[in-house]
Design a protein around this ligand. Structure first.
Ligand SMILES: CC(C)(COP(=O)(O)OP(=O)(O)OC[C@H]1O[C@@H](n2cnc3c(N)ncnc32)[C@H](O)[C@@H]1OP(=O)(O)O)[C@@H](O)C(=O)NCCC(=O)NCCS
Length: 317
């Protein structure tokens, strides 16, 4: 069925057509616009490098897209792994179930392996999850959500269609700014939080407007968000020696209906969050983490305790 398909690397002048395929396959809403700026942020200006992007073409028309975003993870023993994140895959609705996603993904895996990539990881949606399992991915586990409710949580006070304005979510809002705070030692696979990474991730994001609170030489990056009728303030990341102080300051600054976060078990940020009464919600998971090593690794990435992350590492909002 896919014999007439040509798989090739993405070229810059494919961008408009690629964005059309994403819009047709995934839709768009006021909070998630598939703009050239968002594509460039993820795939072209990412400090870990330009993404591996393949397109499937039939009769001169782009039928499918597959991007592997570059990433790095440090192990607790100080080994840096070269990774890719299998984000942004879409097959145009007119070409579904013809093996395009599978073929693009397998070819992108070959490119990654040839390029010395150690590990692929991602948080697929229900549509693509089954396909990854058939291609040799393993489930690492569900990623839960920790919440500290405020009085408005029951009925909600937000407008789901409006872009969240940080001033409505954070007292004395301070927009995220670059910082030069050295990260702590990893307790598992952890994104190296270099100043370049932090600036790209939290300051230069083209759509999300991050706020920052600082206490005890420690910063928390906060993302205002509408979830249905509720206003949530996501503690995306905490960086510095005093996570308790920064998380307490985040809770004090929060004007949203609830504060949300996730930090790996055993991390100082998790224990700081728990002490600030940001509590795991039983039986609720926000994302499912899956992975596929491309060679023998010094840790087993298919085990959740092998990881050390905050929500800001997994979300790309
Ligand atoms: C997910 C998506 C990319 C699959 O594209 P596709 O080209 O139709 O997939 P393929 O034909 O290559 O299917 C690959 C495997 O996944 C499975 N699969 C694909 N779509 C599936 C679905 N909706 N439900 C269950 N299994 C599915 C197929 O069974 C196939 O396995 P098989 O080869 O053993 O039959 C496509 O549905 C899509 O673009 N969805 C919207 C965008 C999206 O959700 N992207 C993922 C998050 S960024």
């Amino acid at each position: 069925m896919t014999d007439t398909l040509n798989i090739r690397e993405f070229a810059d002048n494919d961008l408009d057509e690629v964005l059309e395929v994403f819009r047709a396959a995934l839709g768009e809403n006021p909070l998630l616009r598939r703009t050239p700026e968002l594509f460039a942020w993820k795939h072209l200006t990412n400090p870990f490098g330009r993404s591996i992007i393949l397109v499937a073409e039939e009769a001169g028309r782009i039928a499918g897209v597959r991007a592997f975003m570059r990433w790095e993870l440090d192990t607790r023993d100080g080994i840096r792994l070269r990774c890719v994140r299998a984000v942004d895959t879409a097959t145009h609705p007119g070409f579904l179930r013809r093996g395009i996603f599978k073929r693009l993904t397998m070819e992108a895996l070959d490119v990654a392996a040839g390029d010395g990539v150690d590990l692929v990881f991602n948080t697929p949606n229900p549509k693509s999850g089954a396909g990854y399992m058939k291609m040799g991915w393993s489930e690492v586990g569900p990623i839960g959500i920790m919440v500290r409710p405020r009085p408005g949580i029951l009925w909600g006070s937000g407008d789901a269609d409006a872009l969240p304005d940080p001033d409505d979510f954070v007292r004395r809002n301070m927009p995220a700014a670059p910082v030069q705070i050295p990260d702590r030692h990893p307790i598992g696979l952890r994104t190296p939080r270099t100043p370049e990474y932090l600036a790209w991730r939290f300051v230069n994001h083209p759509t999300a407007r991050y706020s920052m609170v600082e206490s005890g030489g420690t910063v928390a990056y906060l993302r205002p968000n509408h979830r249905g009728p509720r206003r949530e303030l996501v503690v995306s990341d905490v960086l510095g020696p005093a996570p308790r102080a920064a998380i307490r300051a985040s809770a004090a600054a929060c004007k949203a209906d609830y504060l949300a976060a996730w930090f790996s078990s055993g991390s100082p940020e998790r224990s700081a969050a728990t002490r600030a009464r940001i509590i795991p919600v039983p039986k609720v998971s926000a994302l499912t983490l899956v992975c596929r090593p491309l060679r023998e690794l010094p840790v087993d990435p298919a085990e959740l305790p092998s990881w050390d992350f905050a929500l800001g590492d997994l979300e790309l909002l």
